[in-house]
Design a protein around this ligand. Sequence first.
Ligand code: PGU
Length: 449
Amino acid sequence: MVATATVLAVIAGIGATTAFQAPASAKGRTFIRLNAEHKTSVARNPNFAKLQGGYLFPEIGRRRAAYLKENPDTGGQPIISLGIGDTTMPIPEHILSGLASSVTKLGNKDTYTGYGDGNGEAALREKIAKELYGNRISPNEVFVSDGAKCDIARLQLMLGAQVVTAVQDPSYPVYVDTAVMMGQTGEVDPATSQFNNIVYMPCNPANGWFPDLASLPHADVIHFCSPNNPTGACATREQLTQLVEHALAKGSIIIFDAAYAPFIRTEGTPKSIYEIPGAEKCAIEVNSFSKYAGFTGVRLGWTIVPDGLTYADGSKVRDDYNRVMSTAFNGASNIVQGGGMACLDPEGLAEIQALISYYLENAQILKQCAEDCGFEVHGGENAPYVFVDLKGASSWDMFSKILSEAQVVTIPGAGFGPGGEGFLRLSAFASRANCIEASARLVKLFKKN
Ligand code: PGU
């Protein structure tokens, strides 16, 4: 029906039709014959042209699919993913019952609810404040959401284009990518692979994965993640105190990503930036049930914006974040918030600890494996990521080698910023069986070479 080089578009007349389908009767309608290369007159947002290729994790997926297409038998064994940090263990019973009971409530006219409080149900905000922050934070400083990644983007929307952002290098790519999308940056510098107008805070084995803050140019906003993705480094109380003191002295705002907080098992290591005095005057914290409770697909997170955090003009950051949330978000799903409540019951908290213990044991297996392969290894303690030093090898080359020769997906360190080059990230969120099998394959591969 449709000519190969052209599509028919209906621009007048009532009645359903698609752009690719000629209607049964053309009577009374006006058609335009459009060239297949039809363009709108809308200019592309120039910030998107600055981004270097696609988002990291789908890019890994594309390379895996391309390998599979060319090698359908995958060397006679299934591909194992130690790539994206995606949970694999099922949601435990008590937490699941919280999700199930909120579904049931929706089917009963006495308990049915529609739109709720856009910042989260009061009971959940109270429980987060009490169980996770020991009431150091008040419920009206808690904003419940559909996840930490989405909150990071919404914080950028609030901060606008005029701020200078600092990131750990390497770091979770969402901080830089959303800064670029917001227009905070210039172009990428091909010589350094760094975006102009972003402050890269080098984190590497030589500085104990903690930047020399005093030597860095000023940044308005400092993204800091601990336990860190991808390095697995976990900042000490002394380091976080330095960070907070630096932010207070410079008037900066810290956006502290605590998505992996429950992996911290070392006594005395802070799980929240608000354990550091003064943080309530300079820090926002993003967090999520994704890695705590296997909620990566369920989607539930929260952000803390303290009442005492202000802009230069004295206005409250909290009020602007409230404006963003009430305008550009409509509250986390009521089903999912029931799951969040169950997470914070004593039974749910115990289930979270059991899940985390399982993944931490996986991290030990992967750490041992990388050491057996002859590499120096970082992370894997108090964190679900193992960061392998490739002794100068290119991380994308190593990613390809391991995929094609051992059928194991990993993440190249360079995907987390130029400071990640020469490293490979292994995720401990795979199943135990897959961690053991992947380890055997990697040891075989590297012992051979
Ligand atoms: N913050 C950090 C530091 C993360 O590593 C991740 C997920 C998130 C936030 C996302 O939390 P949500 O609450 O689920 O939105 N990092 C994974 C998944 C990749 C991705 O694109 O989010 C990873 O493999 O790094």
